[in-house]
Design a protein around this ligand. Sequence first.
Ligand code: FAD
Length: 317
Amino acid sequence: MKVTDHIKQAKGKTLFSFEIVPPKKGKSIQELYDNIDPLMEFNPPFIDVTTSREEFIYVKKQELLERKITRMRPGTLGICAALKHKYNVDLVPHVLCGGFTKEETEYLLVDCQYLGIDNVMALRGDTMSHQKRFEPTNGGHTYATNLVSQIKDLNSGKYLHDVVEVDACSDFCIGVAGYPEKHLEAPSLQTDLKRLKEKVDAGADYVVTQMFFQNKKYFDFVDAARACGINVPIIPGIKPIAVDRHLQLLPQFFKIDLPEELISAVESCKDNKQVRQVGVEWAIHQSKELLSAGVPFLHYYSMGKSSNIKKIASEIF
Ligand code: FAD
């Protein structure tokens, strides 16, 4: 079922959802199940599964480090199939511009259709570590908007080569990313919102936000988006702080602000066990306020370990 239909069916009730990251290649899927199992009691209508593009790794060969390029976390679609089979829940695979040609994207979408997947999240993907700015893959898309258009085309039976006979069109519900504190490369929040509007005009059905730690940023973002004519659901993404290093890493990677109160609380912790508890309490506080504002979903970034998400969900749902 489509994410937007889950929202309609809920009739104003806030629902629980979360995002998982596929295991690194070579690792068993069991750890993922062990993390998902405790969250299923909160009835998530869907689970997002991230996609990672290729990356550089360094392999030691005769005392020398050799640089290789590989995808360390393949298997997004395999994970989707396994989770659908095990939990009978809707899965939302992330589809990227970076690292994929349009042709590969088409194959992926065809597989999604065969698997009965109704939703996909269309994303550009990040800049590779050795590049200064995002460089599109040869034969791939430059912006998420282009990817949304490809998915929309497929939904209307238009394949890349336009020569196939179609008797069952896909009907993907399309999610895209939104940034309450603007995307790190955008010159201003207003310009970034204009880009978000382009994604919605191209066919995106809903938005999931980047993490934020002050709800005001989300509320202001939703107001600004509505003022720009963006009228699709905007789902807040929440990440509980889990280790003290997050104080540096999150602002560095995502260019987001952390509130002073949260910083002081983390700094006064004796160890990461205490930090994890602070993160849980902060996310509960955020979730309660968002819930009373009537957001459609509370969507949590689990980053592989679910015990903190379970504590939060137990207080909220
Ligand atoms: P876009 O919407 O294409 O925007 C990228 C930048 O280009 C923005 O600054 C925008 O303002 C600008 N822009 C857009 N259109 C134009 C235009 N026509 N001309 C000029 N500038 C333009 N990354 C992964 O690798 N895998 C994942 O699974 C993943 N999941 C994510 C889930 C969520 C909810 C979020 C918020 C992010 C996720 N990301 C993921 C990270 C995402 O790929 C990065 O944030 C990426 O840098 C931008 O992706 P986007 O889809 O927002 O890009």
